[in-house]
Design a binder for this molecule. Structure first.
Ligand SMILES: Nc1nc2c(c(=O)[nH]1)N[C@@H](CN(C=O)c1ccc(C(=O)N[C@@H](CCC(=O)O)C(=O)O)cc1)CN2
Length: 291
């Protein structure tokens, strides 16, 4: 079997078009969504992602507010900026690009963001809300994966899913979202025994371990959906967590790297900014953009 290659770039472009239309409708009501993106330091990949976020925010018709702090900035300076953005009515979403410099306490910084403006869905209140099935802001990468999976498979109810990776940004929220859709979810990690066997039973495999080509082709159940969240820079270029060449011979569908999950992350950030703006203004959640 040769798998269908899921075109995340095209899906994200379609999503941005929907967001653009819904943003225009909001602007017509006198509300312009605004997203503040904060970058601390000069990490080259983060600079690229942040520039992309700012550009796509503007292209969608939303206001983009850019904030740059030096890598040596004290944490108090970042917290003061977040407080200012929390209190700014023009700012509906606040995103602090990760990773932060080592001297900063990531949890303290994230939890300083007002939960309603936490478009990353990393605030402890949003994490708790997601885990307890309440209305939450949801992390962008898992939301993007969920959208791709729903588009591919329709109803996820009763599907068996293995999420490889237990990070707060991807693995755990991904598992929560799949569980909310009534999938049977296993979270696997570096200490998991018999990972190949576990994967072989899964209708859905989401790989988010950060190890190039970690998931082997013969771990995949024939016809399964494989979502590769990995972005690993190697001598061979950018590669995912899944051995794409081998897995695509067995899977039913698979996301490539690049061009799979990655582009969905920023499109979902824009979706969440629109959601946060709607909620702040007492409007219904935008159509098709929330889980
Ligand atoms: N505050 C946050 N920080 C980080 C997040 C996040 O969601 N919120 N995620 C990642 C980085 N990230 C967005 O910030 C991101 C990663 C990758 C892509 C993407 O489009 N990838 C392309 C490849 C691009 C490349 O060459 O590097 C792809 O996969 O096709 C977009 C956004 C960590 N930090």
């Amino acid at each position: 079997m040769t798998a269908k290659v899921i075109d995340g770039k095209a899906f994200a472009a379609g999503l941005r078009e929907q967001i653009k239309l819904q943003t225009a409708a909001m602007i017509a009501q006198g509300i312009t969504p605004g997203l503040a993106v904060v970058l601390v330091g000069e990490d080259p990949a983060s600079q690229v992602y942040v520039r992309s976020k700012e550009k796509q925010t503007r292209e969608t018709g939303m206001n983009s507010f850019a904030h740059r702090l030096s890598a040596e900035a004290p944490q108090a300076e970042l917290l003061a900026l977040i407080e200012q953005l929390n209190n700014d009515p023009a700012v509906n979403g606040i995103l602090v690009q990760l990773p932060l410099p080592a001297h900063m306490d990531e949890a303290a910084v994230i939890n300083a963001i007002r939960p309603e403006k936490d478009v990353d869905g990393f605030h402890i209140l949003n994490v708790g809300r997601l885990a307890t099935g309440q209305k939450a802001m949801v992390p962008c990468t898992p939301l993007g994966c969920l959208m791709l999976l729903r588009d591919l498979l329709g109803d996820l109810s009763g599907k068996s899913a293995v999420v490889i990776g237990r990070s707060n940004i991807v693995g755990k929220p991904m598992a929560q979202l799949l569980l909310r859709d009534s999938a049977t979810v296993t979270i696997a990690h570096s200490r998991t025994r018999n990972l190949p066997e576990l994967c072989r039973q899964a209708d859905i495999v989401v790989a988010a371990v950060g190890r190039p080509n970690f998931v082997q082709g013969d771990w995949i159940k024939p016809g399964a959906a494989v979502v590769d969240v990995g972005i690993n820079r190697t001598d061979d270029g950018l590669v995912g967590d899944v051995d794409f060449a081998a897995a695509s011979q067995i899977a039913g569908a698979i996301t490539p790297v690049p061009g799979g999950v990655g582009p969905m992350t920023i499109a979902c950030l824009l979706a969440s900014t629109l959601t946060a703006t709607a909620r702040a203004n007492g409007l219904p959640d935008p159509e098709g953009l929330t889980p």
